[in-house]
Design a protein around this ligand. Structure first.
Ligand code: ZN
Length: 160
């Protein structure tokens, strides 16, 4: 069976940036299961996997616009430290939900000074060129429930 719209695929993957730095990998966690066409994985990777079948190895080099988008420097913002009053020991890398006019945005603390905390609303992988090394493990039909939910259940997918 080939990967196509509304098929379930299980993939092993390694993700590196253009410097060869490993960003993520399915090693240890086991294959990732996704529903093709449901936006479970980035657009560029879906495009690279279409038509592939179990056993195929795929290398995909994906521009930010087909992954997590470009970085927007105006999504970086200095916030007075006292606004984090309820949080002890703020550290770089912590993530907070921030309410904005466009709804909740996940922001990451990127710098801390005596009085200010710099938060960044960009996705941590925004502006990053993604290099995927993928092996397709299995391709199957989804269950009706998986189609309804828009994601895969069980191993490598949602547990609920
Ligand atoms: Zn579900």
């Amino acid at each position: 069976m080939k990967i196509a719209e509304n098929k379930v695929a299980l993939i092993d993957y390694t993700l590196t940036d253009n410097e060869g730095e490993m960003i993520d990998s399915s090693e240890g966690a086991g294959p990732l299961a996704y529903l093709h066409g449901a936006g479970n994985i980035v657009e560029g990777l879906e495009e690279a996997l279409i038509g592939k079948e179990a056993g195929d190895k795929v290398k995909a080099s994906i521009e930010p616009e087909k992954a997590y988008g470009e970085r927007h420097e105006d999504m970086k913002q200095d916030v007075p430290k006292e606004l984090f009053g309820g949080v002890e020991n703020i550290e770089v890398g912590m993530q907070f939900q921030s309410e904005t006019d466009e709804g909740p945005v996940l922001v990451t603390v990127v710098a801390i000074s005596d009085e200010m905390v710099t938060v960044d609303g960009n996705h941590p992988l925004a502006g990053v060129h993604l290099n995927f090394d993928v092996t397709v493990r299995e391709v199957r039909e989804p269950t009706e429930e998986e189609l309804e939910h828009g994601h895969v259940h069980g191993e490598g997918g949602h547990q609920h």
